[in-house]
Design a protein around this ligand. Structure first.
Ligand SMILES: C[S@@+](CC[C@H](N)C(=O)[O-])C[C@H]1O[C@@H](n2cnc3c(N)ncnc32)[C@H](O)[C@@H]1O
Length: 225
């Protein structure tokens, strides 16, 4: 996996990794908390997270059209993280940061309550074998975490090409209807020509003629904590 094709990648100023996070003391879990909104030039602007940003296509397209919104892309594959952060730096997108981390861990252990207006999860790895289902990003436990870090009426946006993962999403949405209200998915600003979001995977799957499914889960229900 070498998306850079030998080109020098520079992440400085736009990429962050674990060494940029405060130490995490198991005895004092709050010691590891960090407010990601503070990583931006305008920390008071609305804040959105993309989980599994891949090569950063959504981040770049969306952030160029919405300069008044701050976007954090989280990607755990180092080569893609570096590629995405370099892309953002070359365009000098001051409203984007890319974090090299496991997004589910970051959100669970590092993120304060009620910070994000939207969490984007597009074409997440489907892990089709039953014994691997526990590796899927969306779980009952991550839905609880997303509920905690989203602001009131915040949104979790989901798109997939994978039928079994879609059924998994539908079931989780149904069993968590006390936390989220399901709504249709409106195409993002990043999308062009009939796309939903315009990520690399969406473009690949559209070329292959695969049908896609999408939903929005709107945060509702009891307050966290
Ligand atoms: C199938 S790709 C989709 C990439 C992009 N969203 C798109 O639609 O083109 C899934 C991406 O999510 C990343 N990923 C999977 N689980 C992750 C996690 N827990 N934290 C951060 N990145 C993750 C993978 O490394 C991969 O780049």
């Amino acid at each position: 996996m070498n998306p850079s094709h030998g080109r020098d990648l520079v992440t400085a100023g736009y990429g962050l990794d674990r060494s940029d996070l405060p130490d995490y003391d198991l005895e004092r879990p709050e010691s590891g908390l960090v407010d990601p909104r503070e990583w931006f030039d305008a920390p008071d602007h609305p804040f959105e997270i993309e989980i599994g940003a891949g090569k950063g296509t959504f981040l770049v397209q969306q952030a160029m059209r919405r300069p008044e919104v701050n976007y954090l892309g989280i990607e755990w594959a180092r080569a893609y993280y570096r590629y995405a952060a370099d892309r953002v730096r070359r365009r000098e997108l001051h409203n984007v940061r890319v974090l090299h981390a496991d997004a589910t861990e970051f959100i669970r252990h590092r993120c304060p309550d009620a910070v994000a207006r939207v969490i984007h999860l597009y074409f997440s790895d489907p892990w089709p074998k039953k014994r691997h289902h526990k590796r899927r990003v969306l779980q009952s436990s991550t839905l609880d975490d997303f509920h905690r870090v989203l602001v009131a009426d915040g949104e979790l946006r989901l798109v997939t090409d994978h039928d079994d993962l879609w059924a998994w999403y539908e079931e989780l949405a149904a069993t968590h209807d006390h936390l989220f209200r399901r709504a249709p998915f409106a195409a993002r600003d990043s999308a062009s020509g009939g796309e939903l979001v315009g990520t690399n995977y969406e473009r690949k799957f559209k070329r292959e003629g695969r049908p896609l499914n999408a939903m929005t889960l709107i945060r509702t229900g009891r307050e966290s904590g």
